[in-house]
Design a protein around this ligand. Structure first.
Ligand code: ATR
Length: 278
């Protein structure tokens, strides 16, 4: 039987998620119809869209900008949340579990899965993450669970980084999470992996990495499809990756939750090809 899924967002017309999910389904021999669902940017509309989708027999919904926090609040008040969604304060994956709305967040686990797939070990490593918004918040618990030794959160607004330190310190086991200021002058130190989770690239702003004294082996930008200032800078002395793999892996984890599929059988290279061809 056809299994219906959607991604809800605003804007949504250019979402690549249908391409990714249809390629997983093709490879695993499942009948999946994955559509893009526009939604006006208000809470009532979002609730109505989610309600109509699941009442209409939908199996799973992804949630993207600007609704991840709205979806979190909806699950918090009327359904259930995974630990990842609860600590992230955001939901990117909705399903019905035991008759109730269930919210998960696969973004951070997608990042970790992509790094591990690329052969980047995280166990015992020191990580720097730039930015302290939703993207960073979603990544911290999965990184801690991957066994990192420390996470330095660099942010322009130091108080937001400190807030994340306060939220996640209870989840550490002999690990350190600390806040640092993000200005080119204060960006110093050596880290095994540096992750860019700021939105500076999307808005065309610059951080000024050329004046920074921060070094790494691996630089990972959560954005994809764009040669950001971050990637250009670190490509001179580190291995760099954009966020395409994270996008694929977060989708893979949603797919597994909804369809109970054996995602280890998915050929990721073919998924990348499908993405690049569309
Ligand atoms: P997301 O959900 O993608 O993480 P967000 O919650 O708006 O988006 O967070 C954006 C992050 O990028 C913030 O940490 C922001 O820094 P502030 O907390 O100081 O606002 C960071 N950011 C955006 N533009 C930046 C810039 N030009 N330089 C440095 N950091 C920037």
């Amino acid at each position: 039987m056809m299994r219906h899924c959607v991604v809800i967002g605003n804007p949504i017309a250019h979402s690549k998620s249908p391409i990714i999910h249809h390629e997983f389904a093709r490879q695993l021999g499942l009948d999946v119809c994955y559509a893009r669902q526009f939604c006006p940017n208000d809470v009532e509309s979002f609730k109505a869209v989610v309600d109509a989708f699941f009442h209409g027999g939908g199996v799973g919904a992804n949630v993207t900008l600007p609704f991840k926090e709205t979806a979190f609040e909806l699950c918090q008040s009327t359904g259930e949340l995974s630990d990842f969604a609860r600590t992230a304060g955001a939901v990117n994956t909705l399903a019905i579990k035991d008759g109730k709305l269930y919210g998960d967040n696969t973004d951070g686990r997608g990042l970790v899965a992509d790094l591990l797939t690329k052969g980047v070990s995280l166990n015992g490593k020191n990580i720097a993450i730039l930015g302290a918004g939703g993207a960073t918040r979603g990544a911290i618990l999965p990184l801690l669970q991957a066994g990192v030794n420390s996470i330095a959160i660099f942010n322009r607004t130091l108080a937001k980084a400190q807030n994340l330190v306060d939220i996640f310190t209870p989840f550490t086991t002999n690990q350190h999470v600390f806040a640092e200021s993000l200005t080119a002058q204060e960006l110093t130190g050596y880290f095994d992996v540096i992750i860019n989770a700021t939105s500076a690239g999307t808005t065309g702003q610059t951080v000024g990495f050329d004046n920074a004294d921060i070094t790494t082996d691996v630089a990972y930008d959560m954005m994809y499809g764009k040669q950001t200032e971050f990637l250009s800078h670190f490509s001179h002395f580190a291995t760099t990756h954009d966020g395409m793999g994270m996008l694929i892996h977060q989708a893979l984890l949603s797919f597994e939750l909804w369809h109970g599929a054996d995602i280890s059988r998915v050929d990721l290279a073919l998924v990348k090809n499908a993405l690049l061809a569309n």
